[in-house]
Design a protein around this ligand. Sequence first.
Ligand SMILES: Nc1ncnc2c1ncn2[C@@H]1O[C@H](COP(=O)(O)OP(=O)(O)OP(=O)(O)O)[C@@H](O)[C@H]1O
Length: 306
Amino acid sequence: MVNLFAKNEQNMNAVERVLHYTELPSERAEATPDDPPMNWPSSGQISFTNVDLSYREGLPLTLKQVNFTINPGEKVGIVGRTGAGKTSLLQALFRIVELQNGKIEIDGIDISNIGLSVLRRSIALVPQDSTLFLGTMRNNLDPQGLRTDAELIAVLQRALLLPSEGTTDAAAEAKFSLDCTVGDEGSNFSAGEKQLLALCRALVKNSPIIVLDEATSSVDVETDAKLQRTIKKEFAHSTLLCIAHRLNTIVYYDRVLVMDGGRVAEFDTVLNLYDNESSIFRSLCNEANLQRADILRIRAEQRQYS
Ligand SMILES: Nc1ncnc2c1ncn2[C@@H]1O[C@H](COP(=O)(O)OP(=O)(O)OP(=O)(O)O)[C@@H](O)[C@H]1O
């Protein structure tokens, strides 16, 4: 009796949690009559105008009067100290949190007026902690079943998880075959492998806007370098936003956006920012011991792979 009573009490936690979910405020509509056509966004221009964001009523603003425009196909690194508001920019872009003021436009369409599912399926995200679920590799990569097996295998090869055409690697082929089982929350994969699989999902989505949130922070330096080359090649025509953990992963990007205290402090090319000795970017480079010569070398290396 005592055992049963204790067990019942424990199980009631689940009931309490479900009840809590039913009381959460709902997100806005999944679809609206004003939704843009299926081919939106076609160019991938993103603009933030006077964006203010606060996580909850009564909390201070996390993003304050954020203004910037990212051109179609541009590669932009987002950097800043811990708590500067980098991830909050993404929360605003995906409308995980709604804006207090201002607007965000993608290809000239104000995203606050469109359905959430349209918005979220249009932007590919490679998050810090990607979620995998119990099922096959095929289901995890392409839950909606939009791609053929050959396309999915090609994606795994492009992300360097499967050996390229003509070479063999039995271990990799066993682990990353389309029919292999992915454990709950990806329990049979390392953090780095999970990030690579998240990159595969972005490749499967084939969106003109790709967002990487410190996407390669859990892989070793050599794999990271290879991945950066893959990203550069595979997303050559996409608009790419990358929240960068390691500065050397974004020094070959077109521009760098430096966040500071919830505001855009700097937004310019890597070399312009580096050459300004009083810039925050320069101080971040100094702390990471990244010299001008290193930046030029990395940029030259990446050009070889374009
Ligand atoms: N869910 C949340 N609820 C309330 N405040 C939050 C929430 N998430 C972030 N914040 C606050 O917003 C501010 C900016 O956080 P954000 O995660 O955007 O910073 P960041 O630049 O991405 O930092 P890091 O480099 O550490 O990831 C921080 O002060 C943080 O405490």
